[in-house]
Design a protein around this ligand. Structure first.
Ligand code: 5GP
Length: 182
């Protein structure tokens, strides 16, 4: 596995916190658990929150042994308007496909829970039959908003992590595992 313990780049040193193998094992288990919970007849809709969850979502759906749909969502502080002039909070999201469906939000980290709390409130208006949260990481010591994470891979301490899709200032998303800056 090419996930070195130390990466020195860009004048900084990063130490590995969670290996690529540990991540892979957890995601396989998570995909199996979700598959079991969905049963044989459900086709869940996975909602990948861009950009941080893109690798997690890709690995999760590849290990999901059943039919599923995948949508991508960008949380932004601005609103867009479509050609009808209707304001859409999440441009590109096919909201018709959420109604009466079992929706699983796929997020990189639930930190304070603020973004997830707001997102879940917004998504409920599209009337999914169930709305669950799958987070690769949670930071329990930081959580201060009412968010239930239904599927969590790792609980981590209060540290800023990068790699496996997570960035700092746009960089380091391509690190093969999870790292902290030394
Ligand atoms: P919250 O709204 O829960 O406080 O923050 C969630 C978002 O903050 C995450 O989706 C992620 O984009 C960012 N974030 C929180 N903690 C970290 C971290 O340790 N590393 C990185 N790269 N992003 C983080």
């Amino acid at each position: 596995m090419n996930d070195p313990e130390i990466i020195k780049t860009n004048g900084a040193t990063f130490k590995r916190l969670i290996s690529a193998q540990e991540i892979e094992e957890k995601i396989v288990q998570l995909a199996q658990q979700i598959r079991k919970d969905m049963g044989n007849t459900e086709v869940p809709v996975f909602l990948c929150i861009l950009k941080g969850a893109f690798i997690f979502a890709a690995d999760l759906v590849r290990n999901y042994e059943g039919l599923c749909e995948l949508q991508f969502l960008r949380i932004s502080s601005y609103s867009g308007a479509d050609s009808t002039g209707k304001v859409t909070m999440y441009p590109g999201l096919d909201v018709e496909k959420l109604k009466d469906r079992r929706v699983v939000v796929v997020e990189d980290i639930v930190d304070t829970g603020l973004s997830m709390n707001c997102l879940l409130k917004d998504l409920r208006q599209y009337k999914p039959r169930t709305l669950d949260v799958a987070a690769l990481f949670t930071k329990p010591s930081r959580l201060c908003h009412d968010v239930k994470v239904d599927y969590s891979c790792f609980e981590i301490p209060d540290a800023f992590i990068v790699g496996y899709g997570l960035d700092y200032d746009g960089l380091y998303r391509n690190f093969p595992a999870i790292y902290v800056k030394e």
